[in-house]
Design a binder for this molecule. Structure first.
Ligand SMILES: [Zn+2]
Length: 230
């Protein structure tokens, strides 16, 4: 850790170490595979390349500017090989954090399907059915472009024969979405074992989204009313 770190950067380093350890426990990656990042002001804090999650320390987290360069005074670690993909997602979306996993259910699906369909209404939390982006080599600008294209209107994308990417307003939300995506892929696979599963229609998903919004609005009003109490 560096004395010149802002509070935001210090918090991002700690969060990235904490969630990286969870990545292994939750079965979303093995060894040092997968990576995650947090937007900090006009830079990005990202996990280093080739450091096992079990051994990662806050000072190993790398800082990268939007042009891909590391500001002076960085550490000795090399930023994740998927740095171009993370930067492209921040440039194209309002993401506050990005999580990239190598989780088995989504990878298995990606090898056989072009989309994860609406097997459960919770998929509205990811923006709807999740596309599988075409295969492009890891770490390439082409993969970054394919991921951004397939993310259109979604907060999740599956990368064919590779893994998945989710983003959110913060690392907690991006991570929850990675777990949700893996769970949905598992449910879909289980449903396929019974035969051809029923899939929710666009209208049914729109109804869920509208109802979720209505309820969130109600919660905000209740919370605001609660604030006024002595
Ligand atoms: Zn990867």
């Amino acid at each position: 850790m560096y004395r010149s770190d802002s509070d935001g950067l210090r918090a991002a380093r700690d969060q990235l170490v904490r969630y990286s350890a969870r990545l292994l426990d939750d079965g979303l990656a093995v060894g040092s595979a997968g990576n995650m990042s947090v937007r900090v002001d006009d830079t990005m804090a990202i996990t280093p390349s080739g450091v096992s999650y079990a051994e990662m320390r806050p000072q190993d987290v790398c800082v990268v500017a939007p042009d891909g360069r590391e500001p002076a005074g960085g550490n000795r670690e090399t930023p994740s090989s998927e740095t171009p993909m993370h930067l492209a997602i921040y440039a194209a979306t309002g993401a506050g954090a990005v999580v990239h996993t190598h989780s088995p259910e989504v990878i298995a699906l990606s090898a056989a399907r072009t989309e994860l369909p609406a097997i459960h209404y919770a998929i509205t939390g990811l923006g709807g059915p999740v596309r599988v982006a075409p295969y492009v080599r890891f770490g390439s600008a082409g993969l970054a472009e394919a991921a951004v294209t397939a993310l259109d209107g979604r907060s999740a994308v599956i990368l064919r024969n590779h893994g998945a990417v989710t983003y959110g307003r913060d690392l907690a939300q991006a991570y929850e979405r990675a777990l949700l995506l893996e769970w949905l892929a598992r449910v879909y696979r289980l449903a396929l074992s019974y035969g051809e599963p029923a899939i929710l229609s666009a209208d049914e998903l729109a109804e869920v989204t509208a109802e979720s919004r209505r309820r969130r609005y109600g919660e905000r009003r209740a919370a605001a009313a609660g604030d006024e109490q002595p």
